[in-house]
Structures are given as C-alpha cells and as structure tokens.
Design a protein around this ligand. Sequence first.
Ligand code: RFL
Ligand code: PHB
Length: 393
Amino acid sequence: MRTQVGIIGAGPAGLFLAHLLQRLGIGCVIIESRSRQSVEETVRAGVLEHWVVELMKDLGLGERMLREGHFHDGITLQWNNQRHHVDITGLTNGKRVVVYPQHEVLKDLIAGRLSQGGEIIFGVGGTAIRDLDTDHPAIDFRRDGTGALETIQCDYVIGADGFHGPARQAIPAAQRTEYQKIYPFGWLGILTKAPRSWHELIYTNQGDGFALLSTRSPDVQRMYIQCDPADDIANWSDARIWEQLHARLGTDDGWSLTEGPIFQKGIIPLRSFVCEPMQYGRLFIAGDAAHIVPPTGAKGLNLAVADVLVLSRALDAQYKHNRGELLNEYSATCLRRVWKAERFSWYMTTMLHRNELETGFEQRIHFADLDLVRTSEASARSLAENYVGLRFD
Ligand code: RFL
Ligand code: PHB
C-alpha cells in the first residue's frame, strides 16, 4: 500500500490530522489497533477549547457538537465552602469552551472520514515502523491482528498512537529526552444518571481534597474525586463516593448535589510527561505519544489537535511549495505550546489537590493562589486565557 502520510492511531490526533490533510489534498491512511466500537465508547476528555470548536465547524464536523454540546462561559472554583465564578468569556474577549465528550468528537470524525471515502483500518496488530532515517519509511501491520503482514509505504510516518503506543520508542533513546512528574494522587471518575446540579464546571479543593463536577448531557453527569492512584475501585462503594462528593462540593448556602445511579466508575493515575524532540527522521509524534498532562487543566485532547494543526501546515508547505522549514521546526513550534500547557495543568493540579507529601506551608500557598484568582483580575485573566486556549505563536 502506498500513501503520502501514514498515521498510526485513530484518536483525536490521528483523526483530526486526517481531516486536515484531506482538506489540503494530501493522501493518508490511518491504522488503529482497537475496534471502531472501542474507540467510539472509551470515556475520556470533556472540554474543547474555543479554537477547537471553530476548527470542528470549519471542517464541516460541528453540526452535532453545536446541537448537543454545552457551551460554558465560565468555571467555578471552590474552597472553604465558598464558590467563586471565573468569567472566562468576559476575561477573554468573548471566548467560550464547550463540554462535548471526546468519544462523541471521535464518532463525528470517524463518520466524516468514512463518508469522504477515507481509509481507517481498525483492529490491526503487530504495528512496526522502519526506515525512518531514509526517504521511504514504512509501517508494517497485520489486519485483524493476525492476518498477513501488510506494509504502508509513505513519505512520512505520524505517531499519533497515544502514550503507550510504539512510535515514541522508535526514536533512538540517545536522541530523546523525557521529562516526567508522577503525582501521588489519581482521579476516581464516575458517570451517574442524574440531572445537572450546577450550571457550569466546579473545580474544588475542600475536605480531603479535589473534586470536579462536570456534565455529559441533561441527564448524565460526570464527576471526579482525587484518590490514592493505587487504590482498588472495589474499595469505593457508591455510598462512599457520594459521601466524598458531598463533603468536597458542599457549601454553606443550602445548595445540594443531586445523586443518581452510578453506571460507570474507574481510577486513573495523574502524570505530566514530555518527550523532546517530537521528531526523528521521517517520524513525527503528536498528542499523547509525545506528552501527557494531568486532566485538571482539560488540555490533553486540545494539545493533540494543536500538534496536528502545526503538522498539517508544515506538510502543506512541503508538498505544495517544496519548503521543509516548517517540518524542521515542527518539534520546536509544538513544544512552545506544550510546555505552557504543562505549566498550566501542573498549576491547576497542585493548586486544587491535597498532597500529603507537601508541607503545611506549600498547602497554604495553594489556597493563596486560589484567593488570588478571586481578588486579582490579572490572575483570573491568566487562568481564563489558558483554560480557553492560548493563541498560536
Ligand atoms: P489517544 O486518544 O490515546 O489515541 C491513540 C490511539 O492510538 C491507538 N494505538 C495504536 N494504533 C495502531 N497500532 C498501535 N501499535 C497502536 N498503539 C496505540 C490507540 O488504540 C488509540 O486509539 O491519543 P491522542 O490522539 O494523542 O489524544 C489524546 C487524548 O485522548 C487525551 O490527551 C485526552 O483524553 C486527555 N484528557 C482530556 N483532554 C482534554 O483536552 N480535555 C479534557 O477535559 C480531558 N479530560 C482526559 C480527560 C483524559 C482522561 N483520561 C482517561 C486519561 C479526562 C480523563 C479522565
Ligand atoms: C470531563 O468532563 O471529563 C472533564 C472536564 C474538565 C476537566 C477534565 C475532565 O478538567
């Protein structure tokens, strides 16, 4: 099989890239190790930055998001039983974020790609990348995991295969530097069939620490609490989860959280990670393959889309004008935005979680940071600009 760009992974990075390349008239093939159903059902991110919403519309993929997404013009921060509204829209010249789940975005991207005749090969196994330091790199794979060995010959290989995929490892260890921070807490996330309890997302640091109240639809809500990342979900009965949510989200003014049946729950660890550079020869890595942020800043999916927007422009310059500078600068260009998202996600995470390894001094500094957002417009504006999505530089 021969194509211009071979993409590994049908997550947000791979699928957005395929749409961007299609619009530019550049050919590509995506291979994905999971089934279409698994990709479309995995519950992950929730918040789309302002410009990602615009991009979905530009690509002709925004119709369902505009209908079913929840447009938010602010977020609520909470500590000491008090709530504080951060006026994101007022602080960013009218920008808003949209709560529209990642798997719904993926459904729209997959349906759009297939209806345009684009190829996505689901359920592959044995993905291997080779000849990256030549001008004819290749990806080997087996259809359905066990079929005959097939090869995609291409000009460029894109590793959009997430944190555990093989692409990053294909950069020789001596040529990459990895930066990592593992947090001593994880998130326990639930989906519950209940009506909305509040009109916007609430991020709180109260009682035993962090909780997040988010939404999925008028009658399904998404909530998270910090917990021990090594804990077993079996230790968390529904009653214990609700007790913690009430304690961390409770206020003094009579507000109450509406409970409902919990139909999904799980624990994820939190980490920050960056691989530099994001390129080796003809391999370009994008999204979680190159970097991870803790979800507190709602940046992971958005950062994956930012990488492939930069990449699509660089590939366009190469194919249309035979100019390789943008491809050569791909890693440096992306990493400027990546590190700012890493900083913001770390800031939100440290400010909003109880970390038993920290001193009382550090814990109090985090509450000062929260109070600064309440009392300083400059501090609130900085948070708002980062949350809604920084401009591209
Ligand atoms: P993905 O989504 O992991 O997709 C990679 C795809 O590659 C496939 N793959 C392979 N395919 C072929 N051959 C192989 N050898 C392969 N190995 C792997 C995988 O099956 C997979 O389908 O990476 P991508 O595209 O870079 O996208 C990144 C985002 O998914 C991720 O950053 C976000 O989900 C993070 N995140 C959030 N991001 C936000 O922007 N806003 C949020 O509100 C937000 N909330 C979250 C989150 C992540 C969470 N979890 C579960 C980690 C909330 C949570 C709880
Ligand atoms: C979500 O709704 O899943 C969500 C929202 C905001 C975050 C992280 C996750 O920061």
